[in-house]
Design a binder for this molecule. Structure first.
Ligand code: SF4
Length: 465
């Protein structure tokens, strides 16, 4: 999906406790691997066993942290966070980890997901100003420690998490222990990894375990808290088992293709989706091309099933980040040319099957089509690896309200005409779910169906697209 069409928030969390290694350096590697989950701010909190230091800033992980800055974060336990924050002056305030001190307990927290009862929870603290739902969680933890006087972060986490509704994969730590937790539906992923050195790692995606040399132990199960301390890993539940609702779009484009989710290879799931799309919507064409990079696996699947050769029409610059500001139409066109370079030989006079993972706002995709037309494409057949995205996400991805979602306001034929493509087919939901996992995977599909598994804070608009 083109960058500005992407949902704005799908954070990455990481945590490590390893008596033998610099935790801030390991966390840097983990965050670098999770950079795609949030590119506007990043932060690390580290403990040396007696105190916690937090360093966070706006920007990409590699731009914020260098060896000098990591050396200033000594310790063998750390958590880290990558985030897409809102723009403007308040953005730094939203950077994580957030931290609090209460009754002699100092802790830091990183959160992936969105709560749906934030406003209700916030009314308990009428004098506080909150920058995010993560801020509210931290304040509730501090309040629990203070009012119940137990002086124990684990007790506070166990007491507070059942009060949260919505999506949360959390990493939390005080000076001596690292805690991971996942909401009862498991909307967002969270994994536990083991290091040869005897250390433990928590991460949103398995490639972040791999990069620090950890092996995947298991997923944190929905409704579970794991506490990692000197005595190893302790697990307990804070909620009854609920139907699993892992975000379908973690498979479609959020997660890295080299990862494993719910026991399934993300790359393999995307290839199967491409195969299913070729079976559902064949077309006579010369070349199957992906919109790089999250559509590559799906395009390979479509090409293999259809027998049409796979090729590249657009080369994505590996250096472009999210920070390029494009206030005008001319700037936006420039931004697109910075991002994508067309291979004219593969485009001119060719009938292309263009495979895209999803269409949310589609504004950048519209310009991408123009780029392909300008390069001489004879026909453009758009195949989308997911169903129409018609309903906003309340569980961790900021997709904007319904009026910004192209499939919420237009029919498929109107979208085809608007995007100026010769044909347009979205993958059926049943085929996508089957492609992700032949077994019932327990997926959230709310943005495609309007059926929200956890009630949302305000009534959804009309169910009519
Ligand atoms: S609403 Fe859509 S994007 Fe949000 S968690 Fe559910 S499947 Fe994922």
């Amino acid at each position: 999906m083109a960058a500005s069409d992407r949902p704005k928030e799908a954070c990455g969390v990481f945590g490590v406790r390893d008596p033998q290694q610099s935790a801030s350096h390991l966390t840097y590697l983990g965050l670098f691997t999770l950079q795609h989950r949030g590119q506007e701010s990043a932060g690390i909190a580290v403990s040396d066993g007696t105190k916690i230091l937090v360093d966070k800033d706006m920007g990409l992980v590699a731009n914020i942290f260098n060896d000098h800055r990591l050396q200033a974060l000594p310790g063998t336990m750390a958590i880290g966070h990558t985030r897409y924050a809102t723009t403007g002056a308040s953005a730094w305030d939203g950077a994580q980890p957030v931290s609090r001190g209460a009754d002699g307990v100092y802790f830091a927290l990183g959160h992936n997901g969105n709560l749906v009862n934030t406003a209700t929870l916030a009314t308990r603290f009428p004098t506080e100003v909150f920058g995010s739902d993560s801020d509210v969680i931290a304040t509730m933890l501090a309040d629990d420690i203070t009012t119940r006087g137990h002086g124990n972060l684990t007790d506070a986490v166990t007491a507070v998490l059942p009060q949260l509704q919505g999506a949360f994969s959390l990493v939390v730590m005080d000076e001596t222990k690292l805690i991971g937790a996942r909401d009862p539906h498991g909307f967002r992923p969270l994994f536990l990894g083991r290091l040869d050195t005897g250390g433990w790692v928590l991460a949103s995606e398995t490639p972040a375990l791999f990069v620090v040399g950890a092996t995947v132990e298991r997923e944190i199960t929905p409704g579970e808290i794991v506490v990692i301390d000197d005595n190893g890993v302790h697990s307990h539940r804070f909620a009854e088992v609920q139907p699993r609702r892992l975000c379908t779009f973690e498979f479609v484009y959020v997660s890295r293709p080299d990862g494993i989710l719910a026991g399934t290879s993300v790359d393999a799931a995307r290839r199967r989706a491409g195969i299913a799309l070729a079976q559902q919507a064949p077309v006579d064409a010369d070349l199957v091309v992906p919109i790089p990079e999250s559509s590559i696996s799906g395009a390979l699947g479509y090409a293999a099933e259809s027998g049409i050769p796979y090729g590249q029409a657009l080369i994505k610059s590996p250096y472009i980040g999210r920070s390029f500001i494009a206030p005008t139409q001319a700037h936006r066109d420039t931004a697109l040319r910075l991002k994508f370079g067309p291979i004219v030989e593969n485009i001119a006079g060719r009938r292309l099957v263009v495979v895209e993972d999803s269409l949310i706002r589609a504004s950048t995709f519209r310009r991408t089509v123009r780029m392909l037309r300008d390069a001489g494409a004879a026909e453009l057949h758009l195949r989308v690896l997911s169903p129409p995205y018609r309903w906003p996400c309340y569980y961790g991805m900021d997709t904007g309200d319904r009026s910004t979602l192209i499939a919420a306001t237009k029919t498929i034929e109107q979208i085809r005409a608007d995007l100026d493509v010769d044909s347009l087919v979205y993958l059926d939901l049943e085929r996508l779910v089957e492609a992700i996992n032949p077994q019932p995977a327990g997926l959230c599909t709310a943005c495609m169906t309007g059926d929200y598994p956890v009630p949302i804070p305000r009534p959804a608009a009309s169910r009519q697209p």
